[in-house]
Design a protein around this ligand. Structure first.
Ligand SMILES: *[C@@H]1O[C@H](CO)[C@@H](O)[C@H](O)[C@H]1NC(C)=O
Ligand SMILES: *[C@@H]1O[C@H](CO)[C@@H](O)[C@H](O)[C@H]1NC(C)=O
Ligand SMILES: *[C@@H]1O[C@H](CO)[C@@H](O)[C@H](O)[C@H]1NC(C)=O
Ligand SMILES: *[C@@H]1O[C@H](CO)[C@@H](O)[C@H](O)[C@H]1NC(C)=O
Ligand SMILES: *[C@@H]1O[C@H](CO)[C@@H](O)[C@H](O)[C@H]1NC(C)=O
Ligand SMILES: *[C@@H]1O[C@H](CO)[C@@H](O)[C@H](O)[C@H]1NC(C)=O
Length: 780
């Protein structure tokens, strides 16, 4: 009946994508992209299931691990599923073994510090009680005792009082049974039995990481434990609340990615996953009649609508089921947050940064449902573009992100010292990928690359550099330290938010970051409505399209300036190559190709090769107070600040693996950029050593490219609340005494820095002074 009032015809499909995404499983990463995805799997992504309570002993597999919203394991699966299939295509089934697994006893803050450093793992746990600890000389003795016993899978040492007390995990049978390897359903802490929450597993032999094995085990358990009566997936603890729909939302996204990857070889798995999604969403619709969307579910309704759209596009449905899903989408919109109105009110209104990132795609996802929908006489395509521009104007950052340290601030600011959350970064990436594929607007593809190649790598750091073991909660473009900062410039997060580690401030990004690189890799190529092959974003990879065509991109982009595209497709198949907006001198096979357009070629039936030369120029972008950021191609170049590292907690593995760090600056950062804004290329000198095969792409030394820049010391640039103050107003050196003599320093890819200045004041407006004798100084 609702259908009739909406004027919906169940036979009408959703509007087609401008560029159809390829099914998960189509892409094979190569070159630096394969290295990056491997580093991700070798880092936290492949190991959380071995040591992080919220994944290892998740409520989704019968344990008690949870962040409170049942969201942690769904987040993780939403990223590691596409990661596992990308690596499988590249022939990587198993990753190197990990040895020496233990939990070290350093403390962090508050009551958690007395037991272990990982806040998420001790939540709600009672360590005393059932089993008494015993006194030891030191935490190391406790660890060694555990290591010496075959029945000890982990230990905790309470070090805040004398004598130190030691507990062994594994002497509690219930706790031992809770690892993912164990039968599912074992409840971790049975009534009346208290348990040690420090989960280091004392594995005597090195254990290889089998990412696909992890994925299969979690998916199998989740599908097997769907409620056979109601269809609900996962823990069902608060049926009365309108917030309950959020937890399973990312399991739906995880399941449809898994189903896509399975479709060709395992039709039964595809049907099983799509049927489980359908039954869950139909149950959600029934519940929404009594418990309307609330809290996160209300803000993030668009992701559930997208999963319902996936079913309509892909699953075998009866007319009645399709009609119910269409009704569900309409109901989600009716009960959900009004993103069209909200974005139009920017910057007079604020919101949670991750909700904003997810809401970005709402007009695009909605357009597929109702292409004639409008808001304030603006089409969905117009709204999508306007919201990107509005965020840029109010909160824009040189990384392509907007600022939002938990909440987008009112009054608005673009301060380069304020942060943005890692969850916001990966959700914004996913939204721009979706907006590009629905609307076909190339500016969204430009933006996807910009965020992926600058903001995403910039928030990882470790003493090894370039791996993915420690991330921040908040990253800043101008970041002079990463310490327990009190006071701090960010407004709504705790003092640890900019430190690097397992779960600084809050564990949501530890669970959610995984989708960033894998979904980006799966968005590199699309199918055009005319059957054409589209190279949408640039990175080294190959893909097989549903049409049977194959495409291969050989490049070191964004570190290199050229790409070779080889297409094998039926004669006459169009080949579309995206020319980025900044590529004003690009050529394809020697002929000029206009920036911000899709170059169109045609396949001849053999192996057609297109040689793309992007020919980027170094360029400045200007920010508030006249400050500048330096860009070339897809990369932002920043002044690296050499850090020293202090380990403040260790969680897992060898010293190279999961630890928490404070970083302090050991090289100067107060500089003005001595550049002629009208002709930046005259003093900024680009240098390329090239990406070396096998190198960590965003390592923090030996950068593949750099830009030598003339900088003038600006000693009056101050520190505010432990962060760099706003860049002093430009021209910053007009009063001559304010700046020191010019020196030449290297600016490097922003993603390859852990501390940096990415937005600098400009020294003079006009040609710079004598620079020929500037001394050359490098960091690292
Ligand atoms: C399954 O759903 C039914 C119907 O909603 C409910 O009565 C039952 O308690 C659920 N089972 C579990 C294990 O949650
Ligand atoms: C689609 O949008 C148009 C224009 O706003 C509106 O008239 C129509 O009712 C909408 N259809 C549905 C199914 O929501
Ligand atoms: C939409 O356009 C109509 C016709 O031009 C106009 O009367 C109306 O005020 C516009 N509405 C909004 C919200 O701008
Ligand atoms: C980063 O570079 C350093 C110095 O060359 C090297 O020791 C380290 O292993 C590299 N990191 C990774 C993840 O390859
Ligand atoms: C192409 O480059 C010109 C010059 O920089 C710029 O004004 C224009 O916006 C670019 N076009 C697109 C579509 O990005
Ligand atoms: C790190 O650098 C800070 C600031 O320069 C200094 O105070 C501190 O002693 C250094 N720490 C280490 C471990 O080198």
């Amino acid at each position: 009946m609702l259908l009739a009032t909406l004027g919906l015809c169940t036979a009408v499909p959703l509007q087609p994508y401008a560029y159809q995404p390829l099914p998960v499983g189509s892409v094979t990463p190569k070159g630096w992209l394969l290295k990056q995805l491997t580093l991700q799997a070798e880092g936290l992504s492949g190991h959380l299931a071995q040591f992080w309570h919220d994944i290892m002993s998740s409520v989704w597999i019968g344990g008690s691990g949870d962040g409170g919203l049942h969201e942690r394991t769904p987040y993780w699966l939403n990223g590691v599923i596409p990661l596992a299939f990308l690596l499988r295509n590249a022939g990587i089934d198993e990753l190197p073994p990990v040895a020496g697994i233990y939990k070290a006893p350093w403390g962090r803050h508050g009551w958690m510090s007395t037991l272990c450093e990982s806040g998420g793992e001790v939540r709600g746990a009672v360590i005393a009680g059932g089993v008494a600890g015993y006194p030891v000389e030191s935490a190391a003795e406790c660890r060694d005792d555990c290591a010496a016993r075959s029945d000890c899978v982990g230990y905790a040492a309470e070090t805040c009082s004398a004598p130190v007390r030691c507990w062994h995990k594994g002497q509690l049978p219930q706790a031992t049974a809770a690892s993912p390897a164990a039968p599912v359903g074992g409840k971790e802490a049975a009534a009346g039995v208290s348990t040690c929450a420090c989960h280091g597993r004392n594995i005597p032999k090195p254990t290889p990481v089998d990412l696909m094995g992890q994925v299969e085990r979690y998916v199998e358990v989740i599908l097997a434990h769907a409620n056979a009566t109601s269809g609900w997936l996962g823990p069902d603890s608060s049926p009365a609340s309108g917030g309950q729909y959020w937890g399973p939302s990312n399991v739906l996204q995880a399941l449809w990615q898994w189903a896509e990857a399975k479709r060709e070889g395992d039709a039964a798995a595809f049907s099983k996953a799509s049927r489980a999604m359908l039954l869950h969403l139909l149950e959600q619709r029934r519940r929404m009649a009594k418990a309307p969307l609330a809290s996160w579910a209300k803000a993030r309704w668009i992701d559930m609508a997208k999963s319902a759209e996936w079913l309509i596009d892909n699953a075998r449905l009866t007319d009645a089921q399709r009609g119910e899903l269409l009704e569900l989408i309409a109901l989600l919109k009716a009960q959900g947050e009004d993103w069209d109105g909200w974005f139009e009110a920017v910057p007079r209104t604020s919101n949670h940064n991750v909700n904003v990132a997810q809401g970005l795609k709402s007009a695009a996802v909605w357009w597929r449902f109702n292409s004639s929908a409008s808001h304030a006489n603006l089409s969905m395509a117009q709204l999508s573009l306007r919201r990107m521009r509005k965020l840029d104007a109010a909160y824009g950052q040189p990384t392509g992100m907007y600022l939002g340290d938990e909440i987008t601030p009112v009054p608005h600011t673009r301060s380069p010292s304020r942060g943005i959350e890692l969850c916001g970064v990966v959700e914004a990436l996913y939204s721009y990928e979706a907006m590009y594929s629905v609307h076909g607007t190339l500016a969204f593809a430009d933006r996807t690359e910009r965020i992926a190649y600058n903001a995403l790598p910039a928030t990882w750091a470790s003493p090894r550099g370039g791996d993915m073991w420690a991330h921040q909660y908040l990253q800043a473009v101008n970041e002079i330290n990463a310490i327990k900062a009190s006071p701090h410039v960010w407004q709504h997060d705790n003092a640890f938010s900019e430190t690097y580690g397992l779960e600084p401030n809050f564990g949501c990004c530890t669970a959610n970051f995984h989708q960033g690189w894998p979904k980006f890799a799966n968005s590199l190529f699309h199918s055009a409505p005319d059957g054409g092959v589209v190279v949408s974003m640039w990175a080294p990879a190959a893909a097989k399209l549903p049409s049977g065509a194959t495409v291969e991109v050989d490049t070191t982009y964004p570190f290199g300036d050229d790409a070779t595209v080889t297409v094998r497709a039926a004669a006459g198949t169009p080949v579309y190559l995206r020319i980025p907006g900044w590529a004003v001198k690009a050529t394809v096979n020697g002929a000029a190709a206009a920036n911000g357009t899709l170059f169109r070629g045609v396949a001849t039936g053999g192996a057609d090769v297109f040689a793309v030369a992007f020919r980027p120029e170094t360029r400045l972008e200007r920010w508030d107070g006249g400050a500048a950021s330096v860009h070339r191609g897809a990369l932002l170049y920043s002044l690296p600040i050499a850090p020293n590292y202090t380990v403040y907690a260790h969680h897992f593995g060898t010293a190279d693996m999961s630890s928490d760090y404070y970083l302090q600056p050991t090289s100067p950062w107060r500089f003005a950029l001595d550049v002629d804004p009208a002709s930046p290329g005259s003093t900024l000198r680009f240098e390329s050593r090239g990406y070396r095969s096998g190198a960590a792409p965003w390592n923090h030394s030996n950068w593949p490219t750099s830009i030598a820049a003339r900088l003038r010391p600006l000693p009056t640039w101050s520190v505010t609340a432990n962060s760099a103050a706003e860049p002093p107003r430009s021209p910053a050196c007009d009063a001559a005494a304010r700046c020191g003599p010019a020196e030449v320093r290297d600016l490097v890819p922003h993603g390859g820095t852990e501390l940096r200045i990415g937005e600098l004041p400009v020294a003079f407006f006009g040609p710079p002074g004598d620079g020929a004798r500037s001394p050359r100084i490098s960091v690292h």
